[in-house]
Write a protein that binds this ligand. Sequence first.
Ligand code: IDC
Length: 281
Amino acid sequence: QLRGVSTHGLAWYPQYVTNDCFATLKSFGANVVRLAMYTYESGGYCTDGDRQQLETLVQNGVQYALNNDMYVIIDWHVLNEGNPNRYSDVAKTFFAKMAQQYASYNNVIYEICNEPCKGATWGDVKFYASEVIPSIRSYDKDAVILIGTPNWSQDVGEAVKDPVTGYDNIMYTLHFYAATHKEDLQNKLKSAADAGLPIFVSEFGICSADGNGQVDIDSANSWISLLDSYGISYVCWNLSNKDEKSALLTPACDKTSGFTYEDLSDEGKWLYGVLTSHVTQ
Ligand code: IDC
């Protein structure tokens, strides 16, 4: 079971991609960092972003994770474009490049689309996966590949009915925000997990789905018990001091490593408690 932290958009909060920062997260008990690279928004890899700079951030992130004995998720952060097929050609080239570089690494996980949404169907996602997975597998035969599910990575049931076939080590993502998503989504997770679907919670927050609102600690704790009972991995959104409830640091904290308890937001303090109480290694 992996437990850890997702960066905010790498283009907007690059300052946390440092060895010291990852070492701090490790000291809290995290064993995975997710590198969220937006594809479409301003600064996105497929729009007006600086591709070279974004790739360097990803490469540095992979190295810092390795230095700290952590897994790392390279997240192609599809969001506002909705349908991942929009930039599948760019995705293919990007993932081939990464997989070629990291074929011999054992800590790299590929997340090929964060959240299909805006009507993108499971058929669309499967088509996209059939395009992008071969560009990873032509170099890296066995790295875990995470596939987003429709409706902002909530409809895992679609993957149960019609899974991606022909490849090993494929997992499907479910995302939740504890103040918005409760029993209904928990039930979807349970039925999919009971049906044997390999699920990875590559992003969750404990506030509302807009990344703000209020934190809901009771709901958050009930999600963690559920995930623990299935041994499902989870990664919390987001590593920044942005003035929003899903940021793990307070807006006043301008440190980029060595965070103290007081530097942590409500979500940050809660996550600290979860991570420290789960440390096994
Ligand atoms: C949000 C950020 C916010 C940013 C916005 C950009 O918290 O600062 O302005 O994206 O669109 C997701 C997405 C994730 C969202 C997050 C909260 O994967 O990118 O981050 N969220 O809205 N899915 C559900 C919630």
